[in-house]
Design a protein around this ligand. Structure first.
Ligand code: ISE
Length: 339
């Protein structure tokens, strides 16, 4: 790879995230261009490729990744298709930015972990974009500085205005709380060892049968306690907040009081409508960091180990949700490649 001055990226998956990343690579970030668009829906792939220009459309991953124009892969297809695409990318030794989830379960994530070890070097950055959000970056720097002492607890709130119609109770864990799993491990530098999921009587705004909201508790190997309120039909907007409670102080992010307006006897600001708007800048910084690292021949950011560890925590979480008890997380030993 890296035969080109500008990195030729194959975007796999022409859905919401794929289309947004195509726009991002074309209009926002530098050092890369979209060289191929791949989707099982050929018309979608063709339509998006036509909008970019000088870019080929494919309906087959193997064919696209064999193209001499392709130096790197941005994987934005549904999670179920990730394992096969990742293994194909490994065959060509291509760098990958893989949207979350790495794969849908811990067993398949472990297979990817083993395949990357066979390759002998890291090739994958996983799309946990919160690590590139300025507020989370500042919170991590503060916690790492040790100024506030040890982190005792982390309180998280994660609210979406609404969820897609196909959302299931398990998806609140697998699709949404997955972000808090990654960010908790990253902020604290600890692994999650046990998960307990509780649920109040569901909101009247949630579709019939959906356990929404849920209240999730993580225990970590460093002795911290972490709670996550996940509520995906909160209606009023998209909000993600976190508060670290430490020995000598606390720090909170996500209030986003960017502009306060006083008008007609009220004061206040606005709430972002969705995650695309809330994390817009984080996605830009994530993709730019991936392009820059790839052009230097490096892999940075969250990797396959993180994707695997989060998949294992998700599995414990879904079991806790269905069995109504605390479930311990089972992890293999961390391989040397990821130390
Ligand atoms: C979605 O898949 C995401 O990744 C968003 O960040 C999250 O807020 C949302 O709940 C998920 O469905």
């Amino acid at each position: 790879m890296a035969h080109h001055d500008s990195l030729g990226v194959a975007v796999i998956g022409a859905g919401r995230m794929g289309a947004d990343h195509i726009r991002r690579i074309t209009e926002v970030t530098s050092g890369a261009h979209v060289a191929a668009v791949v989707d099982v829906d050929t018309d979608r792939a063709k339509a998006l490729a036509a909008g970019v220009g000088g870019c080929d459309a494919f309906d087959d991953v193997a064919e696209a990744l064999a193209s001499p124009e392709v130096d790197a892969v941005l994987l934005a297809s549904p999670g179920i298709a990730h394992e096969a695409a990742l293994l194909t990318a490994f065959d060509h030794d291509l760098p990958v930015l893989c949207e979350k989830p790495l794969t849908p379960d811990a067993a398949s994530a472990l297979r990817v972990l083993e395949a990357e070890q066979r390759l002998g070097h890291r090739r994958v950055q996983v799309g946990f974009m919160r690590r590139y959000d300025r507020e989370y970056v500042r919170l991590k720097a503060l916690l790492d500085s040790g100024e506030l002492g040890r982190t005792l607890m982390l309180h998280n709130r994660h609210r979406n205005p609404s969820c897609p119609p196909e959302f299931t109770s398990a998806m609140l864990i697998n699709d949404s709380v997955t972000h808090e799993m990654d960010i908790t491990r990253w902020l604290l530098g600890q692994e999650i060892t046990a998960v307990t999921v509780m649920r109040p009587k569901p909101s009247g705004t949630a579709p019939e049968g959906l356990a929404d909201p849920q209240f999730v508790v993580f225990e970590t190997d460093g002795g911290a306690l972490v709670d996550v309120e996940i509520y995906v039909n909160a209606r009023y907007g998209y909000q993600v907040q976190a508060e670290a409670v430490c020995e000598y102080g606390s720090a909170r992010i996500g209030d986003r009081h960017e502009m306060l307006v006083n008008r007609e006897g009220r004061w206040g600001g606005s709430v972002t409508p969705g995650f695309v708007e809330r994390f817009d800048e984080a996605y830009d910084r994530e993709v730019q960091a991936w392009v820059d690292a790839t052009r230097r021949g490096e892999v940075t950011g969250p990797g396959v180990w993180d994707g695997y560890a989060v998949a294992a925590v998700c599995e414990a979480g879904v079991r806790s949700l269905t069995e109504g008890r605390r479930v311990e997380v089972e992890l293999v030993d961390r391989p040397a490649l990821y130390s």
